[in-house]
Design a protein around this ligand. Structure first.
Ligand SMILES: NC(=O)c1ccc[n+]([C@@H]2O[C@H](COP(=O)([O-])OP(=O)(O)OC[C@H]3O[C@@H](n4cnc5c(N)ncnc54)[C@H](OP(=O)(O)O)[C@@H]3O)[C@@H](O)[C@H]2O)c1
Length: 322
């Protein structure tokens, strides 16, 4: 089958290990099924994989991609939950110590066919296109859990979204607005700030600018470059939810004095459950909110999408179609 895969790692030139070509068809395990991919979305995770983060050398060559929507063996339209659990695990799927994401231990979604556990399939609402549905399982699901499960935000609360151009960040802005929150967003780039306003942010600011008021919660995916500002932007007792560190995991100042003196909560968040993915698809179905797509490319041109993400030159998701 056709596939986009990694055959080596490079920290400095991640695209050097990216291959576009033929790979064997997947053979589903007991309890698994095969999905014919119609659309798949790119995540920063795929770039990390090409750098050798989260992916072992022994697993190469590895088909990349966590996210996809397509047709199951009975031609039903489905979205795939990307978290693969140990078969014996029955708790919150994101807390399974043996969990992996598609493209870490099992072959990923940038291919004609992908094998997944049957329980990972969620029905795709007819109102969502395959391209839109493909954006949901990682970035949008992560944003949903950050805001509503881990952040515990309620209508009327104020939230700050850092780095408004990212895939998770655009989802945070749109979902936050749909959930009745007052949404502030930051970006280094004036055009991205304008786009964030169009997407639903109430007010936008340059990265690290002073806000008109302290917020109930900050959604952090940028890391080092915005951490200090995130902590300083919280009201006493406020909550910082962190799910990524695009600019690095080591802030110059962790602001620990503020964390204890203002009794702040710093909460990690990773992906989401298949039940949250089903709730997210329903939220989009009833609200009309749609993923922001920067560009749609035929899967054969995947390299172009990876290069744009590596350069940080995106607003929203890159989607590959078959
Ligand atoms: N834990 C999970 O389950 C999970 C799931 C999905 C993603 N993630 C992680 O979340 C992070 C975000 O991923 P993504 O795919 O949404 O987007 P991304 O392409 O990594 O971009 C995130 C945003 O970070 C900002 N940024 C990058 N470098 C910066 C710098 N030096 N200074 C200030 N801002 C900077 C940019 O915002 P502006 O250009 O607008 O300023 C950019 O739009 C990644 O690290 C990813 O690995 C985690």
């Amino acid at each position: 089958m056709f596939a986009v895969y990694a055959d080596s790692f490079s920290t400095d030139e991640p695209l050097s290990g990216l291959q576009v070509g033929d790979r064997p068809d997947p053979v589903p395990e007991e309890g698994w099924t095969t999905v014919r991919v119609k659309a798949a979305a790119l995540n920063h995770h795929d770039l990390w994989s090409l750098r050798g983060v989260g992916l072992k050398e022994a697993a190469l060559p590895m088909v990349l991609g966590c996210d996809a929507a397509g047709l199951d063996e009975d031609s039903n339209e489905v979205v795939m939950h990307a978290v693969v659990n140990d078969p014996s695990w029955t708790g919150d799927q994101t807390l399974d110590p043996k969990r992996s994401l598609l493209s870490e231990r099992y072959q990923g979604t940038f291919a004609d066919l992908v094998a997944v556990p049957r329980r990972n399939l969620v029905p795709k609402p007819a109102s969502l296109s395959f391209e839109e549905a493909a954006c949901l399982p990682t970035a949008w699901l992560t944003a949903y859990r950050m805001l509503f499960t881990r952040g515990g935000l309620k209508p009327g609360d104020t939230v700050l979204v850092q780095g408004a151009g990212g895939g998770v960040a655009t989802a945070l802005v749109a979902l936050g607005r749909a959930g009745g929150l007052r949404v502030y967003a930051t970006s280094r780039d004036e055009k991205k700030r304008q786009r964030a306003l169009e997407l639903g942010a109430h007010e936008v600011f340059e990265s690290n600018a002073r806000l008109p008021q302290r917020v109930d919660a900050v959604m952090e995916t940028v890391g080092r470059a915005t951490w200090s500002h995130s902590i300083k932007s919280l009201r006493p007792g406020g909550t910082l939810v962190v799910s990524g560190t695009t600019s690095g995991p080591d802030p110059e100042n962790a602001e620990l004095t503020r964390v204890f003196f203002l009794q702040l909560r710093v909460i990690g968040s990773t992906m989401g459950t298949s039940a949250e993915l089903a709730s997210l698809t329903e939220l989009l179905d009833v609200s009309g909110v749609r993923p922001v797509i920067d560009r749609v490319l035929p899967m054969e041109q995947a390299r172009e999408g990876f290069a744009a993400m590596a350069e940080g030159d995106l607003f929203g998701k890159v989607v590959f179609t078959r």
